[in-house]
Design a protein around this ligand. Sequence first.
Ligand SMILES: C[S@@+](CC[C@H](N)C(=O)[O-])C[C@H]1O[C@@H](n2cnc3c(N)ncnc32)[C@H](O)[C@@H]1O
Length: 199
Amino acid sequence: MEPNDTSARYDQIAQWWQTQHQDSTYGIAQLERAIKFTFKQHAALDVGCGSSGRFINSLSQHGFQPEGLDISREMINLAQRLHPEITFYREDICDWQPPKLYSLIAAWDSTFHLPLNRQAPTIKKLCDALEPDGVLLFTCGGGYTSSEISGAFQGQEFEYSTLGVDTFLQILAEHHCTCRHLEYDQYPENHVYIIAQKT
Ligand SMILES: C[S@@+](CC[C@H](N)C(=O)[O-])C[C@H]1O[C@@H](n2cnc3c(N)ncnc32)[C@H](O)[C@@H]1O
């Protein structure tokens, strides 16, 4: 599924997402684990930030200057209303050119929606956008090989792709990032989060 189609579907559930996730702790322990690896707390980027603002809140509390990016206009509008002081980009991460380097980049349950052929260039772009010792946190499907699946969520059909864990680790290494933590955090669900650090 092309990112614009994913965006249109998230527009439909953006308000629900905000109500449901605003006070949710989902992913926060994993974000805090990633934060522990950081040496500096300068700019941080939440890729596919959604409307809840919970990662933005946590990053602010830890002293970062967070920014949010999302392809869904509704997600961004709602997030911006919650956090008028924060910079948000309404962009497709596949096309976006980072304007600066970041101490931390989080892509929690967002890049797993990209078409398979955009996975590698996007992870490379996120690695390149880290400052030295910067930390990348992202989630992916935990299969051994590349695959694509689809599934219904809140009445919308979404698609997901993964390169497989070994290929993601190879891409990180090729782009000067070391894996610091990899966990099947919802086992037996095939959901993996990876924390990597720029060397
Ligand atoms: C499952 S939601 C997760 C939202 C947020 N990370 C959270 O955990 O609350 C996925 C988000 O990724 C965004 N997204 C999907 N594809 C994207 C793309 N190509 N560029 C930027 N954002 C994207 C969606 O619009 C949606 O807000």
